[in-house]
Design a protein around this ligand. Structure first.
Ligand code: AMP
Length: 173
C-alpha cells in the first residue's frame, strides 16, 4: 500500500448532498482492510513521539478515525458533537456554514487546562469546522498540538485558516 493507491480508494459523488458539490466518499477505502490499516497507521505516524493526552474527533465522519488514532497513540478520545447530542454540562462554539450558522459542543469536563490534544476529521475543506473546534478546545484550556485529516481539498485553502497549527493530511485533491 502507498499513498497513491490510497488516493484511488476515494470516490467522487457529484451533486451530493446537493447540486454543485462533489462529495468525497471514503467508504471504498474504509471497507478495504489493507487501505484502512495503512490510512490509520499513516495518520498516527504524523504524531508519533509526541506526548498527546487526547484525540478530539469531530462528528460524524471524524469519529471513524479519531478513536483508532487515540488507541494507537495511547491517548484518550473526546467527541465533539453537533448541537443537542451531548448529555452533560457543555461548552459550545458557533461557526458559519454556506447558509446560516451551526454549533458544535464538547463536555465541559472533557478537556482539562494544559491538556495536549490533536484534532481529527475525515476531510479538510474550507477549514471552518476545524477552526471552530480549535476555538472550543482552547476555550477549555487545551493546547492544540496539531490537526490530522485523511483528505484535504487544497483548492479551498482551509490550511490558510489554520495558520500557526501543524496540519497533516494524507491525500490531497
Ligand atoms: P469545512 O468546514 O468546510 O472544512 O468542511 C469540513 C467538513 O465538512 C468535514 O467534516 C467533512 O466531512 C465535510 N465536507 C466538506 N466538504 C466535503 C466534501 N466535498 N466531501 C465530503 N465531505 C465534505
Amino acid at each position: 500500500m502507498d499513498l497513491d493507491t490510497l488516493r484511488s480508494f476515494i470516490r467522487d459523488i457529484p451533486d451530493f448532498p446537493k447540486k454543485g458539490i462533489v462529495f468525497k466518499d471514503i467508504t471504498p477505502l474504509l471497507k478495504d482492510g489493507p487501505a484502512l490499516r495503512f490510512a490509520c497507521d499513516q495518520l498516527a505516524g504524523s504524531f508519533r513521539g509526541m506526548k498527546i493526552d487526547q484525540v478530539v474527533g469531530i462528528e460524524s465522519r471524524g469519529f471513524i478515525f479519531s478513536p483508532v488514532l487515540a488507541y494507537q497513540l495511547g491517548a484518550g478520545f473526546v467527541p465533539v458533537r453537533k448541537k443537542g447530542k451531548l448529555p452533560a454540562a457543555k461548552e459550545a462554539v458557533s461557526y458559519s456554514l454556506e447558509y446560516g450558522e451551526d454549533s458544535l459542543e464538547v463536555h465541559l469536563d472533557a478537556i482539562k487546562k494544559g491538556t495536549q490534544v490533536v484534532i481529527v476529521d475525515d476531510l479538510l475543506a474550507t477549514g471552518g469546522t476545524a477552526e471552530a473546534v480549535i476555538r472550543l478546545v482552547e476555550k477549555l484550556g487545551g493546547t492544540v498540538l496539531g490537526l490530522a485529516f485523511l483528505v484535504e481539498l487544497g483548492f479551498l485553502k482551509g490550511r490558510d485558516r489554520l495558520k500557526g497549527y501543524q496540519v497533516h493530511s494524507l491525500i490531497q485533491f
